[in-house]
Design a binder for this molecule. Sequence first.
Ligand SMILES: [Zn+2]
Length: 151
Amino acid sequence: MELPTEHESKRDPDCVFCSIVAGETESSQVYRDDSVIAFLTIGPVTEGHVLVCPVDHYPYLADLPDDVATEMFRVSREIAGAIRASSIRAEGINLFYADGEIAFQEVFHSHMHVFPRYEGDTFKLDADWTNQPPRSELDAVAETIRESLGK
Ligand SMILES: [Zn+2]
């Protein structure tokens, strides 16, 4: 019996991004190394919309090993710079990470969205950005997060 490789052991057979990693589903790749792959989404918010994924199957942000998360951000930043330096229209760039279905995650294989922004594009984050709680409330929330961090 042949033992599975480390990569195969972290693959979800029902995951489309794992299938892209394996080369079984076509994709338009822009980058690949040992731990990260980047390719164009088939549903771009704007032209040049890239998804940066771990090669291995990790569903959520908290599942990512530190070195993989670091590499995902490094590659996202490098691709953002490459897009801005290219002929693709980009007056700015958004990095967007959806962690969980309520946060708009649709494929449960961790991925960072990197996409160009420009005047008149259709991307929206509909929220109340005018909410300004009192300092006492901010301090209480900060304490809750600090306690959870264990710092
Ligand atoms: Zn996957």
